[in-house]
Write a protein that binds this ligand. Structure first.
Ligand code: NOJ
Length: 571
């Protein structure tokens, strides 16, 4: 047992002995962010009110009634701060100012006020692992080895063999300082040095600025990377061959929780907000140290179910393998079990993942049935459902033929890596088309007019070619649309104690065709059944005895499941 496992084990044992599990009866004891879903907006692709081809804050304010119709409590905005936009806002050059492409502070204040009038909170993205290389802190830091911010970033004379998450070396040579700096993500996203208390103070001040504005919480970006292991202090930590990704060397290392508890004390404590950390690689068994009574965050986006096609945390697209349903279900069930005394953010999509219909259902599945099937799971697992813009309309992946047509910086890194590993252009493109983050970033489709009503200018990323049939205006009018299905599911979940707080239990975990689970509370029970195949599958004997179907993606009920069929039963 290494030291790290030992310490974690010891903490876990102590905690089990002294902390009693939360006893939950009905949903009345739950917080506002547990009772309703959250809607995620990628502002650049939501609605452009100025004809410039990119979305803005006024566009979001204009659509608040639409968002409210989904029964949500909050909107999570991906970064809207001043940024050179190398990584679409995740490269921040000023933590407390709005990028002019999105509008100004008045627009932001207005959005908060209008959202509040509709009982919706605005949740901000905190990007604290790195800044932009154009941030004044970095400009100062790189100017010499002895300026006041000289050690605000991670500078070294030598470099390791670590590969950055977007491809290429994780180290960049800086002529001015004659040193390398570490960047977990793009070259233009240098990592901050969290060991320096002044850095931490500056970050906490930035977060508190937004709390003073009345935001309803934070999604905390890439938080597992903030604590670096010793680099060169006691030897050169070159990664072993075959795992030279920075992720494998720096994610979730010893001591990270001390930083996070400080962040909680200095920023989160005492506010009626929710926090959700983005935490690739925190294992389900470690979740109690991260979320809930003893943890730091209210929820944690861990990646186990969305990365089930990858063998390890470094997500090399061309080394992915087909998903086994039992593994996908196990990931979800393990997370449900690990958060049974805390809380879980349920998600299948976000701005970094392909569209879920393509990602989780076999090729040839009916797209509308599949979108509704995933929605049923999204709203009936235990936790807060996170809906990503367009998911509620049944959006699917886009496809560009050339790598030059992709905007996403990680798609270019993944393509180069695939080519360097010997794949042809065609083979490399197959993986880019499957996993590119641009799949999730095509503009929102509001109506059947030019550019789907997203912009009167030239859209920064082409609108999906299905926009004439898949858009808000068309789906509003169709009672059987994916959109109206989301609304029904949201209303059902938000008014059901069983669906909000009931116990989760998976049935038939080894079944490779069906996902079946129940939610129960005080003698009441719901059951979700989903057929992940494109053919008819029999349900286990007698499983529906005494059950009444309350909602499904097929209107009637049979004692078997048709292709891509999903339903909720009540007992
Ligand atoms: C995770 C964000 O979701 C992603 O979009 C971004 O590129 C990286 N963190 C770096 O900030």
């Amino acid at each position: 047992m290494n030291r790290r496992t030992f310490i974690k084990g010891a903490i876990a044992l102590t905690a089990t002995a002294y902390i009693s599990p939360t006893i939950v009866f009905g949903a009345e004891n739950f917080k506002w962010w547990q009772k309703k879903p959250v809607y995620q907006i990628y502002p650049k692709s939501f609605l452009d009110t100025m004809g410039k081809g990119t979305g803005d804050l006024r566009g979001i304010t204009q659509k608040l009634d639409y968002i409210k119709s989904l029964g949500v409590s909050a909107i999570w905005l991906t970064p809207i701060y001043v940024s050179p936009m190398v990584d679409n806002g995740y490269d921040i050059a000023d933590y407390t100012a709005i990028d002019p492409r999105f509008g100004n502070m008045e627009d932001f204040d207005n959005l908060i006020a209008e959202a509040k009038a509709r009982d919706i909170k605005i949740v901000m993205d905190l990007v604290f692992n790195h800044t932009s290389d154009k941030h004044p802190w970095f400009l100062e830091s790189k100017s010499s080895r002895d300026n006041p911010k000289a050690d605000w970033y991670i500078w070294r004379d030598e470099k390791t063999n670590w590969r950055g998450i977007f491809g290429g070396s994780a180290w960049q040579w800086c002529e001015e300082r004659q040193q390398y700096y570490l960047h977990t993500f793009a070259t233009q996203q240098p990592d901050l040095n969290w060991e320096n208390p002044d850095v931490r103070r500056a970050l906490y001040d930035a977060a508190n600025f937004w709390l003073d504005k009345g935001v309803g919480g934070f999604r905390i970006d890439a938080i597992v990377y903030i604590k670096k292991p010793k680099i060169f202090a006691d030897g050169t930590p070159d990664a072993p061959d075959g795992s030279c990704a920075v992720h494998n060397m720096t994610a979730n290392t010893d001591g990270i929780l001390d930083f996070l508890h400080e962040l909680k004390r200095e920023v989160f404590d005492g506010h009626d907000i929710f926090t959700v950390g983005e935490a690739n690689s925190v294992k389900p068994e470690d979740l109690p140290l991260w979320v809930g009574e003893r943890g730091v965050f209210d929820m944690l986006f861990e990646f186990s179910h969305v990365n089930v096609m990858f063998n390890n945390g470094d997500e090399v697209w061309h080394r992915s393998h087909p998903i086994k349903l039992s593994e996908f279900k196990k990931a979800l069930s393990d997370s449900q079990a690990a958060t049974k005394n805390s809380w879980y953010p349920i998600y299948f999509e976000n701005h970094d993942k392909p569209r879920s219909v393509n990602n989780f259902f076999p090729h040839g599945s009916d797209k509308i049935l599949a979108a509704k099937a995933l929605a049923i799971i999204l709203f009936t697992l235990r936790g807060t459902p996170f809906i990503y813009q367009g998911e509620e309309l049944g959006f699917t992946n886009t496809q560009f033929d050339s790598i030059d047509d992709y905007d996403d910086i990680s798609s270019h890194g993944a393509y180069d890596l695939a080519r360097a590993d010997g794949l042809s252009d065609k083979e490399a493109m197959r993986f880019v088309q499957k996993f590119s983050r641009d799949n999730a970033r095509t503009p929102m489709q509001w109506d059947s007019s030019k550019n789907a009503g997203f912009t009167t200018g030239k859209a920064w990323l082409p609108v999906h070619d299905d926009f004439k049939t898949c858009n808000v205006e068309v789906e509003e009018k169709n009672p059987n649309s994916v959109l109206n299905f989301y609304r029904k599911l949201s209303a059902l979940r938000n008014s059901s104690d069983v669906l909000i707080s009931g116990r989760y239990e998976e049935l038939y975990p080894k079944n490779e065709e069906l996902y079946i689970f129940t939610r129960s509370l005080g003698g009441k029970k719901f059951m979700t059944v989903v057929n992940f195949t494109t053919h008819k599958v029999n349900l286990p004997d007698k499983i529906l005895n005494g059950a009444k179907k309350i909602l499904g993606n097929y209107a009637d009920a049979k004692n078997y499941l048709r292709a891509t069929e999903a339903a909720i039963y009540e007992f």
